[in-house]
Ligand binder design. Sequence first.
Ligand SMILES: Cc1cc2nc3c(=O)[nH]c(=O)nc-3n(C[C@H](O)[C@H](O)[C@H](O)COP(=O)(O)OP(=O)(O)OC[C@H]3O[C@@H](n4cnc5c(N)ncnc54)[C@H](O)[C@@H]3O)c2cc1C
Length: 888
Amino acid sequence: MRTEPSFRCRPWWSLVAAAWIPCVAREQPWIALGLAGNLNADNAVVRQAVASWLDAGGRAVDAALMYYNDEGLRQGLEGFYGTPIDPKDSSEPSASEVFVTTKIPPEQMGFDRTLEAIVEAREKILPAGRSSKTLDCVLIHWPGRTWRKRHSDPGCVLDRGSAAADWSVCRRESWAALQHAKAMGMVGLIGVSNYELPHLEEMDSVPDVLQIEFHPWWNRADLLQWCRERKVKLIAYSSLGGAGSTWLGDPTLAQLARQEGLTVAQLLLNWAVSQGAAVIPSARSRKHMEENLACCQQALSAETLSAMSAPLEAQHRTIEPDPRWIYVPGVAATAFGGPKPPSHAHLNLFGGVEQFHFGSLRKHCWQEGRTPHLCCDPAFGPEGFSTCWTRELSFIECCTATTDKLVLHPVGDSLAFSNSLVDFIVVGAGSAGSIAASRLARKGFTVVVAESGGDGLSSKNIHPNPSSAEQFDHWFVHNVEWTLGEVSRTTQIIHGRGLGGSSSVNGKIYTRTPLPFSPAMVSAAYEDVESDLLLEQDVIPIESWQRAVLDGFEAAGIPYVHNASMSFKHGVGPVQKISSCKNGGRVSAFHCALGKGDAEVLRNAHVDRVIFQDGKAVGVKLAGYVKGNLFCRHGMILSAGALQTPVILVRSGIGHPMDLQRLGVEAQVSSPEVGANLQDHPYLPFRVRTSLPCVDGDGSLYAFYSNLTAPSSRHRIFELQLIPRCRGQNMELKGYLILLKSEMKSGRVVVRSRDATEAPAILNNPFVGDGIDAWQLIHGLREVYQLLKALGSLREFDPPQESLMKDGFAGQYCAQHLGLWQHPMGSARMGSVLDHHLRVRGVGKLYVADASALPDWALAGHPDAGIRAVGSLVAQFATQDLQIKRVV
Ligand SMILES: Cc1cc2nc3c(=O)[nH]c(=O)nc-3n(C[C@H](O)[C@H](O)[C@H](O)COP(=O)(O)OP(=O)(O)OC[C@H]3O[C@@H](n4cnc5c(N)ncnc54)[C@H](O)[C@@H]3O)c2cc1C
C-alpha cells in the first residue's frame, strides 16, 4: 500500500529565475511523523525522533510553527541530508527527499504575515544540505480563534464586540498568500487544517489538502465526502487519540487488532488509511515508528471495518476547541454539521461559546498588545515550550497575578543559630517537616527546624482574613487568575505559615491516601503517624436528617459505609477526623509530633536557599527576621510545602536551566520539572434547603462515589460533603462536590525573582485543555440534585434545578463558582525531581518531604495524613542512607 513520494518540482533557485512557472507538487505521502503530541516543544526529543524516523524509513514529517520545535526538526533533517550541497547544482532532488509539511498559526494570518511566515519557516526548517528549498506542503493551521477580538490579534481580524471575532478576511488573505507562494515555487502543496464545511465553502479555490481530527470516534464522513468529490487529500490527526489517550488499552480495539494480527495503534492507523486518509502519528520510540510504518500492509477485513465504523463510544474530539465555533459570516454555529458529541455540549457550557477561551492573562497585557502566548497557559508542558523561556519569560509579566511580598515580622527568636552546626536541618514545621524532625530527633540526631512563620494559628481559623494586617504572618496567599468565556476571576491558593504549617489550619479530615512506596512501607508509615494522634472512631450520632439522607442514597444504590475515608469505598457515611493529639496538644502535626526539646525550632526563620559544598547540601541561608546561615553534617530536608519548596530549589540552583539563567542563579543541577506539575482538587459549592426539622449537632455527611452517568469512561472519584445548619425551623445543607481524582491539567509555580520575600507566581487553570473536569463536576452536581430530590424533603436547590440542567447556565455557574480545595501537590515530584528515596536528583544530602513530592495519583483523597506519612518515611530514608555510607 505504501507509495514512495515522487518529486516532480524543480529546485527553488531555478524557479526564482522563472518565477511564474507553476510547480507540479509532490503527492501528499500517506504517513508522516507528527511533531505535535508528546513531541511538542522539546527540540532535543524532536531531533532524536526525526532522526530515528528517517532511519526507520519514514520520509515525511508534519510540523507547525505553533509546535515551537522547528529547531529540533531542522537538526533531525540535517543528520539525514549531511553536508550542504553546492547551490549552483540544479539537479532534481532524489525521490527519497523528505516531505515537509508546516502550518501557519492564526497569529500569522493576513497576506503579508503569512508570506513572511513561509519565508521564516523555510529558513528555520530546511537544512543547508537539502537541495530543494521548497516547503512541500503548507497549511493554514486553524480558520481563526473563538474569542472576541484582542488587541494582539492580527490586523485582518474584525471586531464584533463581545461576540467571537471575524477571521474571514484573515482566511481570505492567508489563502491568497499561499496561492501566491505556490505560484512562486516557495511551497508545493497548499491547504488548510481544522476547516469545517462553511470555512471550506468560503474559499475561492479548492485546497490540495485538508487536515482534520479524524478517527472512529470523530468520524467526519461529511468532510471525507467533500474531499473525495474534489480530489482533496484528507490528512487525519489524532488517529491514536493524542497524548494521554486510553484508546491503545481499549479492550474492544485490542480484540479487533488481535483478529487482524495488528497492534491497536496499527489498527487505528489502518482504519484511517482505509478511508483514503493520510496519517501523521507522533512517536518517540523507534519501535513505535516501525510499528506505525508497517500498519497498512494488509487491508482490514470488512467485519473489522464495520465494527470500527459503528461508534465504539459517543463521538468526541480530542482537540479543543471544536473548529465549528470559529465564526463564519452569516452562518450559525449550529449549521456546521458533523457529529454532536459531548464536547459539543461542554463547549456550550460556558455561555457565549463563540467567546470560548481558556487561559489566564493579565488585562494590561491585552491592552498593551502583548501576545497572549501559549506560555500563559499552565499546561505549557512540564518543561515549558522553549520559546517561553527564550522570550525572556514575558509570561511572568503577562500571564500572572501580582502577589504581595511576604511580611517577615520581627517576633521571637534572635540570631542565635547563625553558623551553628547540627546533624539535620528541616525546612518548614508543617505536616511533613514536623514528623520528619521529630522522627530524626527520636533517633538521637540533633535537628534544627527552620520555620518561616511564627507560632501559627488556632485551627478555628480555617481561611485567611484578607482584611487582617497579620494575614501574611500566618498564611502564604497566592492569587491565581482564571478566564473562562466571559468570566474572569481571581481565586487563591493558600498555605498555613507557622508552627504546624497547613496542618494547623486545616479541616482535620484524615484519609489514608495511596502513596508511591511499597504497601508495607506505607502501612508502617501511617501507623507511625497515627501513634501521635487520636482519631475519631465510629463517629457521628445518626441524626434524623442524616437518616433521611442516608436512606435516600441507599435507595439510589449508594450504600452506607463506615469510615469511608479509610478505604474510599463507593458509599456514604462519616469520614475520620483527627480529634486531638495523644500528647494533649492542638491537632497540628507540629503540636502532635514534636515534644519539648526533641528538636530546636527556629521561628521567623525564612529560608532563602540551600548552601552546597562539592555538590552536597551543607546548610541554608536565612532571609527572614532571623538571618545568618545554618549548617548540617548529615543532610537537609525541605518540607516547605508544594508552593515554597520548588521556590527554594530554584533559588538554590536546581530548576529549569532557562529559569536559572533568567534569575541569574548559578546552576547546581538542571531539573526542568521543578515547579511544574502542580495539581489540586477542583470543587463546586451548592446549597440545599430542606423541609427536614432542624436538629442541633454538627455531624456532617460525606459521600465518596465514582460518576454514575457522566459521559466519560475515565475514572473519577468524587467526594460530596453535606454540612448542616439550621435555617429557621428547617435544616439547610451546605454542599461541596470535590473531584478527588481528576484529569486536571497541571499548573506551575514560577519564581519571580531572587528576592526571598517575593511570593512565586502560580499558574493554575482548571479549565485548560478540554475542560472535562469542569464538565464532570457539573454532571456530578446534576446527579447530586437527582439524589437529593428523591428524598422528597428538598425545597430549594441552589443553583436552581432549571438552570443547573441548562448547559449554558451550568457552565456560567461553574466558571463563577469553581474553586480549589487547597490540596496543592506535585511541584517537585518523585520520578522527575526526586528519586525513590525522596532525594533531590543530581545533588547529595538533600531530601524533599512534603506535598510537592507526591505524584498525581496520590491526589485521590485528603492529603494531610499521606504527607505526614511522607515525613515519617524521609526520616527512615535519610538514616538508612547514612548507615549505608558509614558501612561503605
Ligand atoms: C484551609 C485548608 C484546609 C485543609 N483541610 C484539610 C483536611 O481537612 N484534611 C487534609 O488531609 N488536608 C487538608 N488540607 C491540606 C493539608 O493540610 C496540606 O496538604 C498539608 O498540610 C501540606 O503539608 P506540607 O508539609 O506539604 O506543607 P505545610 O503543612 O503547609 O508546611 C509547610 C511549612 O513550611 C513553612 N515554610 C514555607 N516556606 C518556608 C521557607 N522559605 N523557610 C522556612 N519555612 C518555610 C511554612 O510556613 C509551613 O509551616 C487543607 C489545607 C488548607 C490550606
